[in-house]
Design a protein around this ligand. Structure first.
Ligand code: GCV
Length: 691
C-alpha cells in the first residue's frame, strides 16, 4: 500500500464521477498482463491500485485472454501475447526507443482490447502509467492510438543528500528519505518514491550529494564516528546500494553514485589520484568491475571536481577531459557512464566566463563514456539567468543539462515558485550550434549518451517537497525531460488536475498561480532587469541563500554612483562573446539585449532610458513593488479555494503564502533601499524611503 503518512501527490487515483464511469469500467475491468520481470509485478500492483481507486471495483487479472468478456486490457511485449502480435506489427514496437510504448485500441477475435505494448519492461511501466493518467485526467480511452518515445535518453534526479547524516544540501523538505543506517532494509517510502518517478518517466537516481566529503554528525554513542558520502564506494555500502537499486529497478530506474575524485587515495590507499597514473587507472577499473558484480544495472558516476573544495584533475595539472576519461574508460564494456559536472569556478573577475574557459577548448577530447553536465546558466540556478554558452560550444562532446528542482534561490520550500516556465525558456533557447534552429532541447536529444539531470527536491516532509504546490516542479521536470515540446500550461494543468481533483475552478486557479509565480519571484528578488545573486550568505554551515543581502555580492551587481549592472559584453568580461552569432551581437548591444537580461550584460547609467520611456532605476523600483503585488494576488487566489481544496492541504499552502508575502516585502524593501543608497535617485512614486 502507498505509505499513507505521506501525501500521494499526483497519484491520488480519485474515484471517477458516476456519470463518467461506464466507458472506463467497460474497457478496464479485466486485464491480461504479462508476467515474469519484476517490472511486470509493479505494473500489476499499479493497475490494481489505480483502477480500483478510480473505478471503484476490483480488477480481474487474467493469465490468458478472458474470452467471456467483450473488452479487456492487454499489457505485454509484442511477441508474447496473441492479442498483441495479431493486431500490431511487432516491428513497429521493436523499432521504438527502448523506453517507448504503444497504447492502441484494437479488435481481436470479436473482443475490443486496449493494448499497452513496448520493447522493454520499463516501457510497459511507462505505458501503464500513461493509461492511468488518461483516466485520472478524465480523457476518453475508447479509440486510443498513442505512440510515445522520450526525447532524452537519460532523465535523472541528482540528490544532494548526505548519507548517514541524512541532511540534504539545499533541501527544504526535511531529512533525506534515504536511511543508510537501516539499509539493506528497505522502506515503503522508497517504493512510493520510485512510483512517483516512474509515473513520469524518470529513469535514474543519484542518491548522494556531489559534495561527497560532508561528514555524518557524530553522536555520543556513535562509536563509528564520522562517515561521509565518498565511503559509499566501500563494499559494505555497495551492498546497501544494491538493496536500494532493487527497489528502483522494479520501476525501471537505475541507481548511480556521486564519487570523490580522490577516492583512489581515500579508499584505495594510493598516494595519488593523478589520472595518468597506471595504478589509479587500475583502481578505478577494479572498483567499477566490483560495482557491476554487485549491481548489474548500475547507471554510473556523477562527479564534482575542482569546484568548491572538491579534489579534481587540476590537482595534478591535468585537464577535465584527462580527469574524466580515466573514469570513462573504466565503464568500457559496462552499460553505464560518467556524468562530469562543468560547474567549475575559482577566484576570477567574472565567474560567468569560467566554465566555458575550462571546457570549450577540450571539446572532442572526452571519452564516449563521459557526459559533461552543464548547469542551465553560467552562475548558479539564479531566478533567471542567460542560458549557458557551453550548450552551443561543444558539438563533439556528450552533453547533459543540469536543472535545479529544489528552490535554493527561488524561495526554498516556502515560496510557491514554479520552475517549469524557466526550464521551458532554457530548453527552447536557440544556441545556433548548428545554425539557426538548434535549441538546447535538440542539442540534448541528439545523442544516446546525453540527457537532463535535476537536483532533487524531496525529503521526509509529508508533502514530499516542503510545500504541496512545489510537487509540480518534480512532475514538470520529468515531463519536460520526456517531452520538451510540452507547453508549461499543459504540464501544470495536468499536474493540478491529478493532484487537486477535477473541479475546474481549482484546476484553473492553481494553474494561474503557478504560471504567474516565476515572474513574481524574479521581480521581487531581482527587479527584473537581469540582476542576480543578491542573497544573504551568512556564516551558517550551509549558507542561507534565502534572505536579501545585496551588500555581500557587489561584484555580481555592479552598482556605482553612475549606474548598475556588469559589463559582460565582448568588450567587457567577454561572456557575450562566448555565444555564437547572432546571439553575441544581440547581447552586446543594450538596444537589442532583451530587457530581462540587460543588467547581466551591461553596466548602464541609472537614468538610462528603456523602451517604454522609464529609466533603469525607476523600472527596478517598479518591478520590485510589482513583485510584492503579484505575490499578494497569488495568495488571494489560493485563499479563494478555501473550502474547495481539502483543509489540510489548503492550510499548509496558505501558511506558506503568508510567509511568502512577508519575504517578498523584505526583498523589495532591501533591494530598493540598496538601489537608492547607490543611485541617490528617489522613486518617482515616493514609495522608497530616502533616509
Ligand atoms: C552541492 C551551489 C550551491 C551548493 C552546491 C553547488 C554545486 O554553490 O550553493 O550547495 O553544492 O552549487 O552545484 O555543486
Amino acid at each position: 500500500m502507498f505509505d499513507t503518512t505521506y501525501d500521494d501527490c499526483w497519484l491520488r487515483y480519485e474515484r471517477v464521477d458516476d456519470s463518467k464511469l461506464a466507458p472506463y469500467r467497460e474497457r478496464l475491468s479485466h486485464a491480461y498482463v504479462s508476467e515474469g520481470a519484476p517490472e511486470l509485478g509493479a505494473v500489476r500492483a499499479e493497475l490494481r491500485r489505480g483502477l480500483e481507486g478510480m473505478l471503484g471495483r476490483e480488477l480481474h487479472l487474467w493469465q490468458h485472454p478472458p474470452r467471456s468478456v467483450d473488452s479487456f486490457l492487454v499489457i505485454g511485449h509484442p511477441e508474447e501475447m496473441r492479442p498483441i502480435h495479431q493486431t500490431i506489427d511487432p516491428d513497429e514496437v521493436w523499432d521504438l526507443h527502448e523506453d517507448g510504448y504503444v497504447i492502441r485500441t484494437v479488435e481481436w477475435e470479436g473482443h475490443e482490447c486496449t493494448v499497452v505494448t513496448a520493447p522493454s519492461d520499463r516501457g510497459l511501466v511507462y505505458g501503464t502509467f500513461h493509461l492511468l493518467r488518461r483516466v485520472a485526467l478524465g480523457e476518453p480511452i475508447d479509440d486510443l492510438d498513442v505512440v510515445e518515445e522520450p526525447a532524452n535518453n537519460s532523465r535523472i534526479i541528482n540528490h544532494w543528500d548526505n548519507p548517514f547524516r541524512r541532511s540534504v544540501e539545499r533541501g527544504y523538505a526535511g531529512q533525506s528519505i534515504f536511511d543508510w543506517e537501516r539499509l539493506p532494509d528497505v522502506r515503503e517510502r522508497y517504493y512510493d518514491y520510485a512510483r512517483l518517478l516512474a509515473s513520469v518517466g524518470i529513469n535514474g537516481v543519484v542518491p548522494n550529494n556531489v559534495n561527497t566529503g560532508i561528514p555524518s554528525r557524530p553522536t555520543a554513542n556513535d562509536a563509528v564516528s564520522e562517515r561521509a558520502g565518498w565511503q559509499l564506494l566501500e563494499r559494505d555500502n555497495l551492498e546497501k546500494l544494491e538493496a536500494l537499486a532493487s527497489v528502483f529497478r522494479r520501476y525501471g530506474i537505475r541507481i548511480y553514485l556521486s564519487v570523490n575524485y580522490a577516492a583512489p587515495i581515500k579508499l584505495g590507499g594510493l598516494e595519488t589520484a593523478d589520472p595518468h597514473d597506471s595504478e589509479v587507472r587500475q583502481w578505478w577499473q577494479d572498483k567499477v568491475d566490483e560495482i557491476y558484480e554487485i549491481i548489474p544495472d548500475f547507471g554510473g558516476f556523477l562527479v564534482k571536481a575542482d569546484s568548491e573544495g572538491q579534489p579534481g584533475p587540476y590537482d595534478y595539472d591535468r585537464s577535465h577531459a584527462e580527469g574524466a576519461n580515466v573514469l570513462g574508460e573504466a565503464f568500457e564494456g559496462h552499460d553505464g557512464r560518467v556524468w562530469w559536472r562543468a560547474f567549475v569556478y575559482s577566484e576570477h573577475d567574472d565567474r560567468a566566463v569560467q566554465a566555458y574557459e575550462a571546457f570549450e577548448h577540450i571539446d572532442g577530447e572526452f571519452h564516449d563514456k563521459v557526459t559533461v553536465q552543464i548547469k542551465n546558466g553560467p552562475i548558479d540556478f539564479q531566478q533567471r539567468e542567460p542560458v549557458s554558452t557551453l550548450f552551443g560550444a561543444m558539438p563533439e562532446t556528450n552533453l547533459g543539462c543540469e536543472l535545479q528542482l529544489t528552490g535554493e534561490y527561488t524561495g526554498q520550500g516556502v515560496h510557491a515558485t514554479s520552475h517549469i516556465p524557466m526550464w521551458k525558456e532554457v530548453l527552447e533557447f536557440d544556441t545556433y550550434a548548428d545554425g539557426e534552429g538548434t535549441p538546447v532541447k535538440d542539442v540534448l536529444a541528439e545523442r544516446d549518451g546525453q540527457g537532463i539531470a535535476g537536483v532533487g527536491i524531496v525529503g521526509e516532509d509529508p508533502s514530499w517537497t516542503g510545500n504541496h504546490l512545489l510537487q509540480s516542479n518534480l512532475y514538470g521536470f520529468a515531463r519536460l525531460c520526456w517531452d520538451p515540446d510540452l507547453e508549461s500550461e499543459t504540464i501544470i494543468e495536468e499536474w493540478a488536475r491529478q493532484t487537486f481533483g477535477r473541479d475546474e475552478e481549482v484546476v484553473d486557479t492553481v494553474s494561474e498561480i503557478l504560471l504567474d509565480s516565476w515572474q513574481a519571484c524574479i521581480d521581487y528578488h531581482t527587479g527584473g532587469l537581469g540582476l542576480m545573486h543578491m542573497m544573504y550568505n551568512g556564516e551558517e554551515a550551509l549558507e542561507n541563500h534565502y534572505d536579501p543581502g545585496p551588500e555581500e555580492w557587489p561584484e555580481y551587481i555592479g552598482a556605482t554612483a553612475d549606474g548598475i549592472g556588469v559589463d559582460r559584453t565582448s568588450e567587457g568580461s567577454g561572456y557575450a562573446a562566448q555565444y555564437r552569432d547572432p546571439i553575441t551581437e544581440r547581447y552586446d548591444d543594450p538596444e537589442t539585449c532583451p530587457e530581462e537580461l540587460l543588467l547581466f550584460f551591461h553596466h548602464l547609467p541609472w537614468e538610462y532610458e528603456l523602451e517604454d520611456g522609464r529609466t533603469v532605476i525607476q523600472t527596478l523600483y517598479d518591478n520590485c513593488y510589482a513583485g510584492v503585488e503579484e505575490v499578494r494576488e497569488l495568495r488571494a487566489k489560493w485563499e479563494s479555494l478555501e473550502g474547495v481544496v481539502d483543509e489540510r492541504r489548503h492550510r499548509h499552502v496558505a501558511e506558506r503564502f503568508d510567509e511568502h508575502v512577508l519575504q517578498a516585502r523584505r526583498w523589495r524593501d532591501r533591494l530598493c533601499e540598496y538601489f537608492y543608497e547607490h543611485s541617490g535617485v528617489p522613486d518617482e512614486k515616493g514609495r522608497v524611503p530616502q533616509a
